[in-house]
Every structure is written in structure tokens, then in C-alpha cells.
Design a protein around this ligand. Structure first.
Ligand SMILES: Nc1ncnc2c1ncn2[C@@H]1O[C@H](COP(=O)(O)OP(=O)(O)O)[C@@H](O)[C@H]1O
Ligand SMILES: [Mg+2]
Length: 389
């Protein structure tokens, strides 16, 4: 069993998740709503998902006894972050349905494999080169500069990246990254960033959420807006590309593909995540089927139906910086001011230590119209001391 079987696992069973962060927590919430029991494996005694799951297996991701305990508890297992060691998924997959499977996760863990997969699917992405050796560094095509050097593995939220203008900066940046395998990408002129979440069942059925528009600050997602306000044809193209990307990996689960919209209106795939994504959190409050319920359904082999966006939405990420907006000592933001606004849905992840750049929660504003959601979101931003958008 390397991927989830299409056999339906009914509510009352226990679903397991590797990783105890906020994505695991929201998966647990969705699973519990459907009547499943839940088990989380995470080494942290105080993890956001560990707090709320029925069972918390406190162990390292490769700990044999911990994995055995998770398997013994769970009828099927998913993952909430893409850097779960592939070996752990292989171990689990030998005994239980695991979705997504180790092969697909391995592609998403490596920017070079990921880009090769996009190309195999006929999906354009930024011109790039793999840099693993001094010779490859020296041979870099000048057309890739100015560029962005990204570690092939383990990058997230803009970490493991450096913007480089010329060969000297490139060499210095690669040295600063200690010569680990990297991908140098041509820096593209972005008109917008969008992402699409698709869910694929073990029976091959694919459904998708509406395309969302994303604004990043310092490499971290700051604001997601839905509807994205892009041409229908472009949305359709992004959805078709994400669907192809999922199908050609025989993917089972929820997959998010990030795209750049370029100046000439064309699309380039940026990266993908083999799990629910920060840019899909709005779906909890603005869609009749959230990305987390889709994750539960794909894992449990439950039927998939097309999600419907019932409200326009703006999602604001709440980073730890907010706690330090007014003073050097952590001060709780003014949640009451936000909750006094109509259509606000506050999600806090139960993290007790605010730190700059740490994802502490998110706020989704739903309204009947995009303009209405934006107006309230701007008022919420003011109340919290967030930059306008
Ligand atoms: N080739 C590129 N050209 C222009 N901007 C880029 C490029 N690659 C990344 N960026 C910017 O940096 C952000 C983070 O890069 P990304 O590859 O998505 O890494 P992460 O894994 O940290 O999310 C993107 O959302 C985009 O704003
Ligand atoms: Mg990204």
C-alpha cells in the first residue's frame, strides 16, 4: 500500500497525520467534525495539532517505535508538511494507506524534481539551472541573471533564497548556502501571484477550489484574495495545469500549485505543496467544502464533490510580528476590535510563543462582494497594525 486505497474508511475510525503544526490542527478539526478520531505524530510536546488530536504520539519523524504507534492507532495516514522524511512515509505506506504517497512527496521536496515534473506536464516555469558543483556554477547561462538562488530542498517562507544580480553575487550566495544543491531561477517580472488547490481521490476523481490571488511580503504569504480577479481563461488554464500535475503523479490528496502571472499575461508554475496550503485557509469560511475536509475525504476514500465559493473572502496572515507592533515585549493584539467587525473569522493556532515571522494564526473576512470583503479587511488591518494591501 503506497497510496490510499479507494476503499471508504467510515467515520469512527482514526485518521493519522505526520506533523503537528497548524495545518495538522486544521486537518484534525475537519476530521473530528466528520466523526473521525485523530492521531498526530510530532516531537514537540506543545504542538498546535497535538493539543487538539485525540492521540499525540510524541516522537521524532523517523522514530521506529513512534511510527509503529501511529500505525497501530490509525486506519490511514496523511502528512501536513512536505519535509516529512520520505523514509518515514515508506515505512508507514508498507502497512497503511498513506496519502499523498512517498513518491509524490519526494518530487515536491526538491525544487529541481518539481520543475522537471512541471515541464513533463507541459506547464511552463521560470528558466533555471541546477547548481551542485563549481563547474555548474561557472557554466551558468548569463540569461538567468538577475536571478534567485534557492536551495533545492527545505526552503519555505522565503528562507533558503537569495536574490543575485551577477556572477559575483551568485558565487557569494552559493558559498553562504554552504554549497548545498541549489536551483538558480531567472527573476521574473510578476504581474500577480495566484495559487490553485486541487484534490484527487484514489479513484482518480479531481476537484478544485477557486483560484486565489496571493500577496507575499518578505517571502511570506501576507494576503489571499478570492475571487482572484483574473480572466476566466487564465483561471481555467491554472486549474487545468494543476490537475495535470496531480494526475501525472497519480497523486492522492490535496495539492497546491503556486503560479506567477507574468507581464504578458502568461502563467509560469512556481512551486507546489503536497498538502493543504496557507493560501487555501479562506476555504474554511468561504467555501462549502474546505481544503482540510478535502484532505480528510481523499484520505478516507470518501466521495469528492466540487466545492462552491459562497462568499468573497480576504485572508490576512497573522504573524508573530503583530505581537511586537506596539512594544518590545509581546503584547496580545486587539482581537476584540477585529471581532467587532462583520464577517470576520479569527483562527489562532494555539502557539504560546509569538516570534517575528512565525505564523500564529489567520483572519478570514467573508462578505457578499469582493469590495465588501476588502473594505472590512482594510479596517481589520488598521485595527491590528497590519500594513494595508
Ligand atoms: N523566479 C522568481 N521571480 C520573481 N519572484 C520570485 C521568483 N521566485 C520566487 N519569487 C518570489 O519569492 C516568493 C517565495 O518564493 P517561493 O519559491 O515560492 O519559495 P517559498 O518556498 O519560500 O514559498 C514568491 O512567492 C515570489 O514572490
Ligand atoms: Mg512559495
Amino acid at each position: 500500500m503506497t497510496s490510499a486505497s479507494s476503499r471508504f474508511i467510515p467515520p469512527g475510525a482514526t485518521l493519522g497525520v505526520m506533523g503537528g503544526g497548524q495545518l495538522g490542527r486544521m486537518f484534525v478539526h475537519a476530521a473530528q467534525q466528520l466523526g473521525y478520531f485523530t492521531a498526530v505524530l510530532d516531537p514537540d510536546p506543545a504542538s498546535p495539532a497535538g493539543w487538539v488530536a485525540h492521540h499525540h504520539v510524541q516522537a521524532e519523524y523517523l522514530d521506529e517505535a513512534g511510527l509503529a504507534q501511529l500505525m497501530q492507532r490509525s486506519a490511514a495516514i496523511t502528512t501536513e508538511f512536505e519535509n516529512v522524511p520520505a523514509a518515514a512515509l515508506v515505512t508507514l505506506g508498507a502497512h497503511r494507506p498513506v496519502a499523498p504517497g512517498a513518491d509524490a512527496v519526494a518530487i515536491c521536496q526538491d525544487r529541481a524534481l518539481e520543475k522537471a515534473h512541471f515541464r513533463r506536464c507541459g506547464v511552463p516555469c521560470a528558466a533555471h539551472a541546477l547548481i551542485e558543483t563549481e563547474a555548474q556554477l561557472a557554466a551558468v547561462d548569463a540569461a538567468l541573471l538577475p536571478g534567485i538562488l534557492k536551495t533545492a530542498r527545505l526552503g519555505y517562507d522565503g528562507k533558503g533564497q537569495a536574490r543575485v544580480r551577477d556572477r559575483a553575487e551568485l558565487a557569494a550566495a552559493w558559498a553562504a548556502m554552504k554549497g548545498v544543491p541549489c536551483v538558480l531561477e531567472q527573476r521574473l517580472d510578476l504581474a500577480a501571484e495566484i495559487s490553485v488547490i486541487v484534490a484527487r481521490g484514489a479513484d482518480g476523481q479531481v476537484v478544485h477550489l477557486p483560484v486565489q490571488r496571493n500577496l507575499h511580503r518578505d517571502g511570506i504569504l501576507a494576503v489571499t484574495t478570492v475571487p482572484a480577479g483574473i480572466a476566466d481563461a487564465l483561471s481555467a488554464q491554472a486549474i487545468a495545469a494543476a490537475t495535470r500535475i496531480a494526475e501525472s503523479m497519480q497523486y492522492v490528496g490535496v495539492l497546491c500549485v503556486e503560479f506567477f502571472v507574468l507581464g504578458d499575461g502568461s502563467l509560469a508554475a512556481n512551486e507546489m505543496a503536497p498538502r493543504p496550503h496557507n493560501s487555501g485557509h479562506y476555504s474554511i469560511d468561504a467555501c462549502d467544502l474546505s481544503q482540510f475536509e478535502l484532505q480528510v475525504r481523499t484520505l478516507a476514500g470518501a466521495p469528492l464533490v466540487a466545492p462552491r465559493l459562497h462568499s468573497a473572502a480576504v485572508m490576512l496572515n497573522l504573524l508573530g510580528d503583530l505581537w511586537f507592533a506596539r512594544a518590545d515585549d509581546a503584547t496580545e493584539p486587539d482581537w476584540a476590535a477585529v471581532l467587532a467587525l462583520p464577517g470576520t473569522h479569527l483562527h489562532l493556532y494555539g502557539k504560546t510563543q509569538p516570534r517575528r515571522g512565525r505564523k500564529m494564526g489567520h483572519l478570514t473576512i467573508t462578505a457578499a462582494t469582493a469590495e465588501g470583503a476588502r473594505e472590512i479587511a482594510l479596517r481589520a488591518a488598521v485595527a491590528l497594525g497590519l500594513e494595508a494591501f
